[in-house]
Design a protein around this ligand. Structure first.
Ligand SMILES: Cc1ncc(C[n+]2csc(CCOP(=O)(O)OP(=O)(O)O)c2C)c(N)n1
Ligand SMILES: [Mg+2]
Length: 1022
């Protein structure tokens, strides 16, 4: 590759030389102040009208050909290889070029005297348009600020002069589509330049040359560079016009009828609606049957009404201040949410006579937080509909320019897009880029040129489009659908538009964007622009347009009238797979979770065998041998085995199980080994994927995730919402890291059912426990999950097992489980009930291998008489009573210690060591909802005992502040005392969750145990 190296060196020299002004025709100021480039989308060609417009030849060695560094260099190398194999396989001009480089004599002269250097320069010019043409595209409808055009787009830089404009050139190259295709006829430089300008510098700015795949680039080039592609026929344009009329008049109508209401209107970006509809139509033509959409506030009502066909009367009635949830007895209404957060779904007929199912996912105010949820739901839909190719279910995300650039979860979501267990075969992203975020200019809102630049990391093509050019918007929206269906990967449409009013309709935009809004005031709507265009082309008459507009207005007015008498329907909270599931107001019978012994044995065997010729790591081999022994003897099953049995038994019962999170395959603490690696071949084997013969490959999925909490937890939440017959789990590496996903906990998991009436049985595993690993790795911030729990601290609910619906009424469950069997049952309970509730598990670290944290197989089964089998059968134990088998009443017990989690084992050991026999220790395995009935039972059992809450966490953390009022309510109900009678043993208040010094930790831990066992009464806090 001698020639390539030399030209590469020339290229780097050239970059240096072009930065020194003398003799260079096109100045490079724009490069010195790159920050100027990133704000707005209008462009100016500095060279126009300047003396330098008469270009002079620049030697090849002076060219700024940074494109030689990347894609072109690969291309040229390939070209040379082809030429070496067969000189006639490339165009004649390239033959001359390579001959020259390799010192071979030329065979003929180039086309019309075209020299090798000229071929090279022309190629570079075309490449420059492909790479940077978008910089010159007319993207900003407001033409607010002008971007400088990159020097590379000036033919003079390549040595072409006016004298060359009417000379003919051949620019076809080998294995290239579109403009540069090999079979292109000879053209004049003038027509080449005209076509380049049309293709790359019109209303669409294409960014795709960062994609390192020739086939994909060629596919795009063919569509971008072929002149006829942009045309829609008249019939289609009339459909588009009608849709634009709907989109525009919907907002106008609301603006006149609800002058003071906040609706986050789409004005300035109305072309989004016809664009989306074109996209959905095209997607349906290409096989998409279901589209899952996530979008923010802006234009949401318009999308709901015009794309999702939510009845307009319903939308209008929600504006009525008197509108409130129906207070019908037994009606499950939740707390509700503001109208521009609500989701919906709709079966939309398409122009091709098909139906496409559309779902808009409800979302909170937090911009972009819904992104991973939508993607997770899409992936789940693909699983349940056996959409192996991922072409029938598609995710679409609508973004704002400010939030797309600013919110990290966008990047986290983008990065899930190609991961094997998270991909959905491509998401279409549409940015409603109104060039402002609330009151913030892009200048202050991002450091990149475009708000979409993060997507470049993905090799996603980005289509920037002038939002005033309706045809162009429709075109790129369709192109995006075609891309997604062809390459099964993400694509971005950036609709550059404006916001006609303030952030919401009550805001005054002139406070902060006076110049912009002066322009906006005078700017015609995109509907006006489109109407003019179609009138001018003669495709439509004024009368046609009037008729169309009047019809839309009439429907809007009629629907508005109807909205006055509109009665809100019963809020529908069930979606397709959820028929038969119970709302909190419908009692669901508590089910047992024990499993037949023979099933336990059979699945136990299946998940402890590795294939014959498989060579696991020797330690993993031991782990599996040990697991086989546990099943064989039925004794001392450990945590990982308890979990694996829960998964396996759920699988054989027909449920889907999916566990995702960082390093979950092995397990952060090297305890799970759900995926085993052959030490010689590197092959992987997952025993749980082979519990049954011919088990569907994905039925059990365990997957290491990207290093993201917000994105991955959101994804799994979305996944869990699709179908209830699944156990979906997300595990944090350490519990503390879950705060990186706080938005999902606050806005979705803890409150989603109340706001949107959508249930989820997602399980969140958060390693938690004080074992000297320092402030971060000790605490999963249990207190926060408990604080978000909505079980009433002051009212004891119905606790009779036949009437109890305490969990159904509570927003979620928080547990800190201490035995493998209880873990097994709490996981199974998630699926063995007629409703779904999120489950937060403070999961153990040192208990994973602790010698006493073991269960016998008899605790997993449903055999009467076996431990765990009580009056109702075998179930999850919300509270584990003292293990010393106390009778109904134990008057001699002087202290009842209530605790949760691993501190129990330390207390028990200390009690044994000190030979204390007048202290009882109970484990509150389920903290929320609070097990009032069982606590009462234990309080009755120990009538004379001092009541102590013992925890490892500082008093301002852990469960104490949750437990205290509930325990107090229980004590009062029994006449046993009140707040002062609840004693506390644990760490003192602290800002950090734990000490960083091991020695200090050990002393603190010892002190807790010593105080818990002290002979004298506990004095703290009263
Ligand atoms: C995570 C988050 N931070 C802040 C806000 C408050 N907020 C609401 S809209 C908005 C501006 C959004 O700008 P952009 O994404 O460009 O959308 P636009 O409103 O312009 O359509 C902000 C900051 C929010 N909703 N979510
Ligand atoms: Mg914006």
């Amino acid at each position: 590759m001698a020639w390539f190296k030399s030209s590469y060196n020339v290229a780097s020299l050239a970059v240096r030389s072009i930065r020194s002004p003398p003799g260079v025709m096109h100045r490079m100021e724009g490069r010195i102040f790159p920050s100027k480039h990133r704000y707005f989308h209008a462009t100016v060609c500095k060279s126009k009208g300047q003396p330098s417009s008469v270009p002079q030849s620049v030697p090849l060695s002076r060219l700024s050909d940074s494109f030689l560094d990347g894609t072109s260099s690969v291309y040229l190398e390939e070209l040379q290889r082809a030429w070496e194999a067969d000189p006639t396989s490339v165009d004649e001009s390239w033959d001359i070029f390579f001959r020259n480089f390799t010192g071979q004599p030329p065979t003929a002269s180039g086309v019309s005297g075209q020299t090798m250097q000229e071929s090279m320069r022309l190629l570079l010019l075309v490449r420059a348009y492909q790479v940077n043409g978008h910089m010159k595209a007319n993207l900003d409808p407001l033409s607010l600020e002008q971007r400088e055009i990159p020097a590379e787009l000036d033919p003079a830089v390549y040595g072409f002069t006016e004298a060359d404009l009417d000379r003919e050139f051949f620019i076809g190259v080998w294995r290239m589509s579109g403009f540069l295709s090999n079979n292109r006829p000879v053209q004049t430089l003038r027509s080449i330049l005209t076509r380049l300008e049309q293709a790359y510098c019109g209303s669409i700015g294409y960014e795709y040359m960062h994609i390192d795949d020739r086939e994909k680039c060629n596919w795009l080039r063919e569509r971008i560079e072929t002149p006829t592609q942009l045309q829609h026929n008249t019939e289609r344009r009339l459909v588009i016009l009608d849709r634009l009329i709907w989109s525009t008049q919907f907002e106008n109508f609301l603006a006149t009828k609800m002058k003071t209401a906040k609706r986050f209107g789409l004005e300035g970006g109305e072309t989004l609606i016809p664009g989306m509809k074109q996209m959905f139509d095209r997607a349906a033509d290409l096989g998409v049957e279901s589209i899952i959409v996530g979008m923010p506030h802006r234009g949401r009502l318009n999308v709901l009404g015009n794309v999702f066909r939510k009845p307009l009367r319903k939308i209008f009635s929600e504006f009525d201040k008197k509108s409130k949830p129906v207070e019908e007895v037994g009606l499950y209404t939740g707390t509700g949410d503001v109208k521009y957060h609500l989701g919906t779904s709709y079966d939309r007929p398409t122009r091709g006579g098909k139906h496409i199912h559309l779902s808009l996912v409800a979302n909170p105010s937090h911009l972009e937080a819904v992104d991973p949820v939508v993607i997770g739901k899409t992936r789940a839909k693909q699983y349940y509909s056996n959409d192996v190719e991922r072409t029938r279910n598609m995710g679409v995300l609508i973004h704002g320019d400010g939030s797309f650039a600013g919110q990290g979860v966008v990047y986290e979501t983008l990065h899930l897009s190609a991961l094997p267990n998270y991909t959905t075969g491509g998401t279409i992203h549409v940015v409603v880029n109104n060039q402002v975020a609330f009151t913030t200019d892009p200048r202050s809102g991002r450091s990149s040129q475009y708000c979409t630049d993060a997507a470049k990391a993905l090799n996603a093509p980005i289509f920037h489009v002038n939002g005033d050019d309706m045809d162009a918007v429709a075109h790129v929206c369709e192109l995006a659908a075609e891309w997604r269906q062809t390459f099964h990967s993400d694509v971005v449409v950036d609709i550059v538009c404006y916001r006609r009013f303030g952030h919401n309709e009550i805001d005054e935009p002139f406070f902060t964007q006076p110049k912009m809004y002066k322009v906006i005031q005078k700017h015609p709507s995109s509907l006006e622009i489109y109407k003019t265009k179609l009138l001018e082309s003669g495709e439509v008459t004024r009368e046609d347009i009037d008729r169309m507009q009047k019809k839309v207005d009439a429907i809007l007015s009629e629907e508005f009238l109807n909205s006055k008498s509109y009665v809100q329907n019963k809020r529908d909270w069930l979606s397709a797979y959820w028929q038969g599931f119970k709302s909190p107001e419908q009692l669901s019978v508590i089910q047992n979770t024990g499993v037949k012994p023979y099933v336990l044995k059979a699945v136990g065997k299946a998940i402890t065998v590795l294939p014959d010729n498989f060579k696991p790591h020797k330690s993993v081999k031991r782990v599996y041998e040990e697991r086989a022994r546990m099943i064989e003897t039925g004794e001392d099953l450990d945590w990982a085995m308890g979990e694996a049995l829960a998964f396996a038994t759920l699988l054989v019962e027909g449920n889907h199980v999916r566990l995702s999170g960082q390093d979950v395959e092995r397990g952060t603490f090297s305890h799970r080994h759900a995926m085993v690696h052959d030490q010689e071949t590197g092959n992987k084997y997952c025993p749980l994927a082979h519990v049954m013969e011919d088990q569907n490959e994905e039925m059990f999925t365990v997957s290491n995730s990207s290093l993201s909490e917000f994105g991955v937890l959101g994804f799994e939440l979305g996944y869990s919402m699709e179908n209830p017959d699944a156990l979906v789990l997300w595990e944090a590496q350490f519990g503390d890291f879950s705060n990186g996903a706080q938005v999902i906990f606050d806005q979705f998991l803890s409150s989603g059912e109340a706001k949107w009436l959508r249930q989820s049985g997602l399980v969140v595993l958060l390693p938690h426990g004080y074992d000297g690993q320092g402030p971060e790795h000790s605490s999963a911030r249990l207190e926060r999950f408990l604080q978000m729990s909505d079980d009433d601290p002051y009212v004891i609910p119905e606790m009779d097992p036949t009437l109890r619906n305490q969990i159904q009424k509570c927003n979620w469950q928080v547990v800190n489980v201490t035995t493998p069997a209880n873990y097994f049952h709490v996981l199974r309970r998630q699926v063995h009930r007629d409703f779904r509730k999120p489950l937060i598990v403070m999961s153990p670290k040192n208990l994973l291998r602790y010698k006493f944290c073991k269960s016998n197989l008899s605790e997993f089964d449903d055999v009467q008489g076996h431990p765990g089998f009580d009056k109702q059968g075998t179930r999850f134990k919300r509270l584990i009573k003292d293990q010393n088998d106390h009778s109904e009443v134990e008057k001699g017990i002087r202290r009842l210690i209530l605790c949760s989690g691993k501190i129990y084992y330390e207390l028990d050991e200390e009690r044994k060591r000190m030979e204390v026999n007048d202290i009882a220790i109970c484990r509150v395995e389920q903290l929320c909802p609070f097990p009032y009935d069982l606590i009462q039972r234990e309080l009755r059992r120990y009538p004379n005992a001092e009541v102590v809450w013992c925890q490892e966490e500082p008093v301002n953390m852990g469960a104490y502040s949750y437990i205290a009022p509930r325990l107090c309510t229980t004590l009062k109900a029994l006449g046993r005392g009140s707040m002062e009678d609840i004693k506390y043993v644990g760490r003192v208040p602290s800002a950090a969750t734990a000490t960083g010094f091991l020695q200090v930790h050990q002393n603190e831990q010892a002190e807790i145990l010593q105080r818990a066992m002290q002979p004298e009464p506990v004095k703290y806090p009263y």
